[in-house]
Design a protein around this ligand. Structure first.
Ligand code: BEZ
Length: 253
């Protein structure tokens, strides 16, 4: 199953908070001039460009050909490659691997940790932020409830995002030879822009869950989810997403 066939324009215009918040993680990365850094799951390259501004040499990789195409067009001076986070290798080693808002898409988390470890120099840093335990919990609960209540229980198996706790993810990194140097798990309720609501979020990020359901039925189900979420994810008439982030840094021992 293709997890997401990204609409790159929509992603940049309506969901730009995804990479805007990513700018905070760049402080934790603290890239230095001359360092060689890998941006794992670079999307359309917004953060890759900011890393490059620090004077580091950056490579961006992403599993979406569309995203990579867009990134190459926007930032022709940066090297972008179509590669998977579960299966990447480079001849030369990196000083740091950076990743923002990507790892919750990948259930094969052991492979990611292994590839990241193998491509780092000794003492190299792994710095990532993604959905932590109970991320978008209200949304997940509502999707399940509506699917199950309307005869689509089988589609709940497509809800396979990976949202680990600090303990869980630290153990994975440690198992692969990293030493975890910092970890935070924090709430980040995020208000959506004017004219955008939870339907846009579901259309952008939860498409795969409705696989095999015809367009009319899918709209109906999404409408029911929206109605259900209006009691938990709406404040003063504005929609918000109940994000919980895991921000973690580790070094290769
Ligand atoms: C997130 O950024 O937390 C997220 C994005 C898409 C689906 C689920 C979670």
């Amino acid at each position: 199953m293709v997890k997401n066939d990204w609409n790159t324009e929509f992603y940049d215009e309506k969901h730009s908070y995804v990479f805007k918040f990513g700018e905070d993680v760049l402080n934790l990365l603290s890239a230095k001039p001359g360092e060689v850094i890998l941006d794992l799951g670079c999307g359309t390259g917004h953060l890759t460009k900011l890393i490059a501004r620090s004077g580091a040499v950056v490579y961006g990789i992403d599993s979406s050909i569309k995203m990579i195409g867009q990134a190459r067009l926007k930032y022709p001076d940066i090297k972008f490659e179509h590669m998977y986070a579960t299966n990447f290798t480079f001849k030369n080693k990196f000083d740091a691997v950076f990743s923002n808002a990507v790892l919750h898409w990948i259930t094969e988390k052991e492979k990611v940790a292994e590839c990241a470890y193998n491509c780092l120099k000794r003492g190299g840093r792994f710095v990532a932020e993604f959905g932590g335990k109970d991320n978008v919990k209200c949304i997940v609960t509502s999707i399940r409830k509506i699917l199950e209540g309307n005869g689509y229980s089988q589609n709940t198996e497509f809800i396979d995002w990976y949202f680990p706790s600090i303990g869980e993810y630290s153990s994975i990194l440690e198992k692969h030879g990293f030493r975890v140097t910092s970890a935070f798990h924090f709430d980040r309720d995020t208000f959506m822009d004017e004219g955008v609501d939870v339907i846009n979020w579901l259309e952008m990020f939860a498409k795969q869950i409705f696989e095999g359901i015809n367009t009319g039925k899918k709209s109906e189900l999404i409408g029911l989810i929206k109605e259900d979420l209006s009691s938990t994810n709406k404040k003063d008439g504005k929609w918000f997403i109940d994000y919980k982030r895991l921000r973690i840094a580790a070094v290769k021992e």
